[in-house]
Design a binder for this molecule. Structure first.
Ligand code: C2E
Ligand code: MG
Ligand code: MG
Length: 288
């Protein structure tokens, strides 16, 4: 009897403990969201750009824009942490509009300074595609900056492609009709339904960095990478390998026909002003 009573007390204790942990987590989220809102309003979010390099000649084919948030106390918050928060609360909509505008502005600034940046790749949230008129809004932003659809490359994930909502499919369709190129980010980690690949206007596949990083040790990663390269080739799509770090990954990918790479080996995500000193690259690793 005493044991039973003790057990119940213990159970109750752990439930209390659990509830408290939940409350704390909710509290922390609410606070982070508040900070994110303020950071956005006070323009404390910014973009860094990571080079995408064609190995054949070491040429820059484009840069990917990546969001950064550094809190006023100096702490960095990773996009994997704050973007889901922005998505849940709808903040992602003004954030994405800002992102597009900022990227367009940056292209113009680089080109005015004589820096040939062929495109900026933008990560688009699946949530944006739920908005009617989203495709049109990207096009308008672009036109306002006097740019063309080839100046951006729109990265979406497999979940967007698989989203059955009419509005999502309309936005995809419209983007393609307007002449935008779409890129499938984190390819291989999602639903892995290949049938949509030939249905949809996809110009590029981004081989997820988890594959790239397993190349050395995993037979499966190598086999899947070879398949992706071969699918892309027959469908006339470009493959960009993400997260290329040690030179042997670069070498292996190059030997297996991957043309474009992105990763710390070639260049880290950097502030816009630093791109000028990163370019040109006389000795791109792996280019020889
Ligand atoms: P992603 O689009 O797949 O971006 C690639 C991530 O890999 C970036 O992380 C980049 O910094 C990192 N990376 C690049 N090269 C290397 C490498 O050689 N090694 C390793 N270990 N990592 C590398 P980041 O910047 O933390 O972004 C994480 C994710 O957050 C992105 O994945 C993207 O899904 C999302 N994200 C970032 N910026 C935006 C944005 O502007 N809008 C939206 N909707 N999502 C964004
Ligand atoms: Mg991306
Ligand atoms: Mg990715």
């Amino acid at each position: 009897n005493i044991a039973l009573k003790h057990g119940k007390q213990q159970q109750r204790g752990s439930i209390n403990h659990f509830t408290r942990a939940m409350e704390q987590a909710t509290h922390a989220r609410v606070r982070l969201l508040q900070e994110l809102r303020e950071a956005f309003e006070q323009q404390q979010l910014f973009l860094v750009y990571q080079p995408q390099v064609r190995l054949q000649d070491g040429l820059l084919v484009g840069v990917e824009a990546l969001l950064r948030w550094r809190k006023s106390d100096g702490q960095w918050v990773a996009p994997d942490q704050f973007i889901p928060l922005a998505e849940e609360t709808g903040l992602i909509h003004p954030l994405t509009q800002w992102l597009i505008d900022e990227a367009c502005q940056q292209i113009t600034t680089w080109r005015a300074a004589g820096l040939a940046v062929p495109h900026v790749a933008l990560n688009l949230s699946g949530r944006s595609f739920h908005q009617k008129g989203f495709a049109q809004s990207i096009h308008s932003a672009l036109t306002q900056h006097g740019l063309s659809t080839q100046d951006l490359l729109l990265e979406i994930t497999e979940s967007v492609v698989m989203d059955g909502r009419t509005v999502t499919q309309e936005n995809i369709e419209q983007l393609s009709q307007q002449g935008f190129r779409l890129s499938l980010d984190d390819f291989g980690t999602g639903y892995s339904s290949l049938s949509y690949l030939h249905r949809l206007p996809i110009a590029e596949l981004k081989l997820d960095k988890s594959f790239v990083q397993d190349l050395e040790h995993s037979e499966t990663a190598r086999a899947l990478t070879i398949s992706v390269l071969s699918i892309a080739k027959s469908l006339h799509m470009t493959v960009v390998a993400e997260g290329v770090e040690p030179p042997h990954q670069c070498r292996w990918l190059k030997d297996h026909g991957c043309e474009v790479m992105q990763g710390y080996l070639l260049g880290r995500p950097m502030p816009a002003e630093m791109l000028a000193s990163w370019m040109p690259r006389p000795e791109t690793p792996c280019c020889a």
